[in-house]
Design a protein around this ligand. Structure first.
Ligand code: C5P
Length: 400
C-alpha cells in the first residue's frame, strides 16, 4: 500500500467508548489517518471534540448534514476508508450490522463498505453470552468480519466474565493490519475449494467425510478482504457463503472437478482446501438399495485427483496450494504428497492433534514448500492460518 492506512473508526454507546480516545492516539501514532464515526449514544460517553482533536479530523456524526458535503456522506466515507473498525461495538450495533439495518451513519457506512471490517465487542458478560448475541456475532464472522474477542475480567457494571473490550494494542494491530492489506490482492483471481464431497450410493445414502469447510471458507473470506476476485467451489457445508465471494456449490468430486476446471484458466492462485473423496461407489443406484440382514460389499472406484490434474495443466505463473489431512507421519507424507501432486505449497495438518482438524475453529499446520522446507506454525484460529497462508502466497508471487 502506498500512503498511510486510512481507518474508519466507529465508536458506539457503551462505557468502553472512553477508551476510543486512546485507540485513536495509538492508530495515529502508527501513521494511520483516522476518521471517527460516532453514534448518537456514544456521544453520551465521549465527546466529539475529544475525538476530533486526537484524530485531527471532524467527527462524522449523522447521515444528515445541513448542506451537501462531498467529504462526509456515507458513500464518500465508505470509499475513503481502507478498513472499518468498530471499537467498542455494543450488542445493539452488532445486532443491527447482523440484520442489515441502516438507521444511523455507522450502520449505513457498514453496508456501503466493501473492505475489511474489524469489530471489537464490549458489553456485560450476560449480554455477550446471550444466544442472540452469539448468533449475531457468528453471522458477522461468516461474512468475513474479524471479531476481536472481548477479554475476561472485572467489568464496570460489577460483573465478572468475558465482555471487556480487548486490549487496545490488539485492536490497533488488527486495524492497521486490515487496512494495510485491504488492496494487496486487488485484481487477482483466487480460486478456492472447500468442504467435503458427498458420493451417492443411492438417493438416500452417500459416502462423505468430516470436513466442515471452515478452513477453505476462511481462506476465501480473507482473500476477498484483500481485494481479490474470489471464486469458492464448496462441497456440502453448513457455513454461510462468505461475503464478497462468488460461491459455486457442488456435491460430488466429479462436480467439484468440473467447476474448478471451468474457473482455473484465469486464476492466479488456486487453493485446494477441500477434502475430496478419493473413491466413490462404482454406481449410484437410482432407487434406495435394500440389503437387510446380509453383508454388503461396496465396489468403490477412484476419483480423479483434481489437484494433480490442475497442477499438470497449469498456465504459467499460476500458484497452486494443496492441503493434506494426515493422522500419522504427517511431515514425510506431506513432502511426498507435494511432489506427487506437483503443487507449489502443501499445508499439512495432523487431524488427530489437539485444536486441529475438521470441526475445530483452530488449526495446527506445517507448510511445505517446493524445496521440501517445512515451516511449522503454532496453533491458531483458522482465520489466522488463512491470513498467514495468504501472506506466504503473496511473498511467493513477489519472488517470481
Ligand atoms: O491425497 P489426499 O486426499 O490426501 O490429498 C489432499 C489434497 O489433494 C487436497 O488439497 C485435496 O483437495 C486434493 N485432492 C484432489 N482430488 C482428490 C483428492 C484430493 O484434488 N481426488
Amino acid at each position: 500500500m502506498n500512503g498511510s492506512p486510512r481507518i474508519l473508526l466507529g465508536v458506539t454507546g457503551g462505557i468502553a467508548a472512553y477508551k476510543a480516545a486512546e485507540l485513536v492516539r495509538a492508530l495515529v501514532k502508527e501513521g494511520a489517518e483516522v476518521q471517527v464515526i460516532l453514534t448518537p449514544r456514544a456521544e453520551e460517553f465521549v465527546t466529539p471534540l475529544t475525538l476530533a482533536t486526537l484524530s485531527g479530523r471532524p467527527v462524522a456524526r449523522t447521515e444528515f448534514t445541513p448542506e451537501p458535503s462531498p467529504t462526509i456522506g456515507h458513500i464518500e466515507l465508505a470509499r475513503w476508508g481502507h478498513a472499518l473498525v468498530v471499537a467498542p461495538a455494543t450488542a445493539n450495533e452488532i445486532a443491527r450490522f447482523a440484520h442489515g439495518q441502516a438507521d444511523d451513519l455507522l450502520t449505513t457506512v457498514y453496508l456501503a463498505f466493501a473492505g475489511p471490517v474489524v469489530v471489537a465487542p464490549a458489553m456485560n458478560p450476560k449480554m455477550w453470552d446471550h444466544p442472540e448475541t452469539r448468533e449475531n456475532v457468528e453471522r458477522l464472522r461468516a461474512r468475513g468480519v474479524a471479531i476481536v474477542d472481548p477479554e475476561e475480567g472485572y467489568m464496570a457494571c460489577g460483573d465478572e466474565g468475558a465482555g471487556r473490550l480487548a486490549a487496545l494494542q490488539t485492536i490497533a494491530a488488527e486495524a492497521l493490519w486490515a487496512a494495510r492489506r485491504s488492496t494487496s490482492l486487488l485484481g487477482v483471481k483466487v480460486l478456492v475449494s472447500a468442504g467435503p464431497t458427498h458420493e451417492p450410493l443411492d438417493p438416500v445414502r452417500f459416502l462423505g467425510n468430516r470436513s466442515s469447510g471452515k478452513m477453505g471458507f476462511a481462506i476465501a473470506a480473507a482473500a476477498a478482504a484483500r481485494g481479490a476476485e474470489v471464486v469458492l467451489v464448496a462441497g456440502p457445508s453448513r457455513l454461510a457463503p462468505p461475503f464478497g465471494v462468488r460461491t459455486v456449490p457442488v456435491t460430488t468430486a466429479a462436480a467439484m472437478q468440473a467447476a474448478l476446471e471451468r474457473e482455473a484458466a484465469d486464476a492466479k492462485v488456486i487453493v485446494m482446501a477441500a477434502a475430496v473423496a478419493d473413491h466413490r461407489p462404482a454406481d449410484a443406484a437410482p432407487r434406495k438399495l435394500e440389503h437387510k440382514g446380509e453383508s454388503w460389499a461396496l465396489e468403490l472406484v477412484p476419483t480423479p485427483d483434481i489437484l494433480a490434474g490442475l497442477a499438470a495443466r497449469r498456465p504459467a505463473g499460476q500458484l497452486i496450494v494443496g492441503f493434506a489431512a494426515e493422522t500419522h507421519d504427517a511431515l514425510a507424507r506431506g513432502r511426498a504428497k507435494r511432489e506427487r501432486k506437483g503443487c507449489d505449497l502443501l499445508v499439512v495438518n495432523d487431524v488427530t492433534a489437539e485444536g486441529a482438524g475438521f470441526e475445530a475453529d483452530t488449526n495446527v499446520v506445517t507448510l511445505i514448500g517446493r524445496d521440501g522446507a517445512a515451516d511449522a506454525w503454532p496453533r491458531m484460529s483458522k482465520r489466522q492460518v488463512a491470513e498467514r497462508l495468504l501472506d506466504r502466497i503473496e511473498a511467493e508471487r513477489r519472488s517470481r
